[in-house]
Design a protein around this ligand. Structure first.
Ligand SMILES: Cc1cc2nc3c(=O)[nH]c(=O)nc-3n(C[C@H](O)[C@H](O)[C@H](O)COP(=O)(O)O)c2cc1C
Length: 340
């Protein structure tokens, strides 16, 4: 059924039918920063500043990418439900807004991607010794080019030294460690275990590792052990994130327009869902871009031209265990629906 004759309000109200599924959008640290603000003739897509990360996302690039993944996922879900809406970008930092959803004459063509939205999830565990097929990488490159970005392909082998350095930097920054601990949900007894953040299961931590993380990242212990080799130890413990087969995909964009980063987030969703359809999983690793000691080397590895900069770093490949066997990272919205 289409809604062509419906009033703007009833069309926009129908978005509520799909916000639970749209919240499956990938987002940094699973903070779910988005907010829908229902107005009389449009729905503003914005963010809640209290869910913006601090030291782990110093330029708020991941925030804008995450808002882009949300917009794209919401539009996929609206099309799937036959809701006639369009998205109009209108980035405004002061209003904490990226754009608005407006009624359209007819629903966008349902691309049949809602099941992929439900099934997609990040993979942070070990990888199979198997390469991603060329056609999948070429499809991602075409998708990026259509959106006005460039997708560089880097071998995992070439990226590994950068990954190790970036992890070392990441674990060595007290502010980042504190923020990681604040968003980690390391035991089902955590009060927000079922609503947001990074749980022990999707971080692929054993019980002992989860306990160790809770202990090592506690500020007093962290401060005491950091000079004694804690950072090296934590980097070594992240070996599955830095070793194994697969390939690294890096989205490069020109200029520093924050609205383009939201568009890059939309692109990332399309690429991630295409890869997921082919059984390929993704591990984004933002710190390689944020780490001052690896950004320049990454740009060089990608053959970045003048004015071009890396926006997204994706490790992609085939997981050594079935990711679907693990409970997904939760969402606040799903929790709210479940509790009604
Ligand atoms: C812009 C962006 C940056 C991300 N950066 C990282 C990262 O650096 N390391 C990581 O392990 N996961 C990263 N992720 C994955 C998120 O943590 C993941 O999407 C979130 O926890 C929700 O889980 P799900 O994707 O399995 O639903 C990132 C995701 C996005 C969209």
């Amino acid at each position: 059924m289409t809604d062509i004759d419906a009033t703007p309000t009833s069309t926009l109200d129908r978005l509520r039918e799909v916000t639970g599924t749209a919240a499956r959008a990938a987002n940094a640290h699973n903070t779910q920063p988005w907010e829908l603000r229902y107005r009389c003739d449009h729905v503003e897509v914005g963010w809640r500043p209290e869910y913006a990360l601090g030291p782990s996302d110093p330029a708020h690039r991941d925030l804008r990418l995450s808002l882009g993944t949300y917009v794209e996922t919401l539009m996929i879900c609206a099309a799937g439900a036959g809701i006639p809406v369009d998205y109009e970008p209108d980035f405004d930092l002061a209003a904490a807004r990226v754009g608005r959803i407006v009624p359209a004459a007819r629903p966008a063509t349902d691309s049949g991607r809602v099941a992929d939205v439900e099934g997609r999830r990040v993979w942070r565990g070990p990888w199979l010794p198997r390469q991603v097929p060329r056609y999948a990488v070429e499809l991602a490159q075409r998708t990026a080019a259509e959106a006005g970005f460039r997708l560089a392909v880097v071998s995992t082998e070439a990226a590994r030294p950068l990954l190790v350095r970036a992890y070392h930097w990441f674990f060595g920054e007290a502010g980042i460690a504190a923020e990681l601990l604040a968003w980690a949900r390391l035991t089902p007894r955590h009060p927000k275990y079922h609503s947001d953040g990074l749980n022990d299961v999707m971080l692929v931590l054993s019980r002992a590792e989860a306990l160790a993380m809770r202990m090592f990242f506690a500020p007093v212990v962290y401060r005491a052990l950091r000079p004694l080799g804690l950072v090296r130890l934590l980097t070594a413990l992240s070996s599955s994130a830095t070793s194994g087969d697969g390939v690294v995909l890096v989205v490069l964009g020109k200029g520093d327009d924050p609205a383009r980063e939201v568009e890059a987030g939309r692109l990332v969703t399309r690429m991630w869902l295409d890869l997921f359809r082919d059984g390929v999983y993704v591990h984004p690793q933002s710190h390689v871009i944020d780490c001052p000691g690896t950004l320049g080397d990454l740009a060089r590895l990608c053959g970045a031209e003048e004015g071009e900069r890396p926006l997204v770093f994706f490790r992609v490949g085939y997981p050594a265990a079935d990711p679907a066997a693990r409970p997904r990272h939760p969402r606040r919205e799903a929790t709210e629906h479940a509790s009604v």
